[in-house]
Design a protein. Structure first.
Length: 145
């Protein structure tokens, strides 16, 4: 049985502000559905992704800005970072975890620059959407099986 991750729901306070942000950084707007009683769903897909994100009203109970560590995988983290900076997004410098491939929570054990040897899965940058939901770009150039 396959289990395919299809959608991540991001809690936001201002749907239109989020819509502008995700469109600005190049996500495809797949749907903007307005229903009754203050219900709205806006569906976006990042370029090249099979998984989408949804923002809206009446679609979840999480507090706006409470999502952490939404990973977006890129082949060239320096290029992806430069694109986001060019689109006006506040993006961290490239970092890696001083103990290994995956990062610790928050900024603990972050070391500046690419992962030594620029190993796949080892280099990151972080940014937030307008509500403070946290994203990480992770450089993956080859899969570990």
């Amino acid at each position: 049985m396959d289990y395919q991750l299809e959608v991540i729901v991001l809690p936001v306070a201002d749907v239109d502000r989020s819509k502008e942000f995700f469109k600005r950084i190049g996500f495809s707007e797949d749907a903007d559905y307005v229903g009754e009683e203050d219900f709205r769903v806006v569906h976006f897909t990042p370029p090249g992704s099979a998984c989408s994100i949804v923002v809206g009203r009446g679609i979840g109970r999480a507090e706006p800005g409470s999502m952490e560590n939404v990973h977006l995988i890129v082949r060239d983290i320096a290029e992806a970072r430069a694109e986001l900076v060019g689109q006006g997004v506040a993006v961290s410098e490239i970092f890696h975890d001083e103990d290994g491939v995956f990062h610790h929570a928050g900024t603990e054990k972050r070391a500046p620059g690419f992962c030594p040897g620029r190993l796949s899965y080892g280099s990151f940058v972080s940014f937030e959407d307008p509500d403070g939901n946290g994203f990480l770009l992770q450089e993956v150039t080859e899969r570990f099986a």
